[in-house]
Design a protein around this ligand. Sequence first.
Ligand SMILES: [Zn+2]
Length: 190
Amino acid sequence: MNATTHAVFGVAAFAGASLFVGVEPPVWTYPAAVVAAWLPDADNPRSRLGNGLSKMKNPLLNAITRPISWLLQTASFILVRAVGHRTLTHSLLGLFLFALPIYFFLGAFPALQIALMSGAASHIVADALNTRGVPLLWPLGPTFRIIPGGFKSGGVIELAVAICVMAAAGYAIYLLHPLVRTTIGLVQPI
Ligand SMILES: [Zn+2]
């Protein structure tokens, strides 16, 4: 799955989870869900996060993003050397290890907790639609796929799925935020 598809899945999962628990999330938590949705592929040095963040024009922003970028590149290198791509970060064990610090340190930000967890979980669901599947029980056993055989990454089916999920995300956001509903209500013909 490409980075855009993962971002769409992350937002959809987050909006769905927020709707489920009945909390209207602050707008700033949506980018957190997107970053979390990219995080499992940080074990791939060629992924959106694994190859580090791109250089910013603003020197101040650069000063902040460069160390994060180096950290991501180092983590990516270590992960891919130690366990390989699509192993720990695409498993329930990985998700559990990711959940621990979120549970212990971000208790004051429940919306952020939901954003990070649903984003990361959505990545595994999205990859489970793929031909390669995901090693859900890593380091044990088999590879899981949601549909038999799965579909190819980057193809027309991925695009169609992404569009459907984006529509679902849009509807969930519409239900979640009264402000969005009012704005759309304003532009509707009377
Ligand atoms: Zn992945």
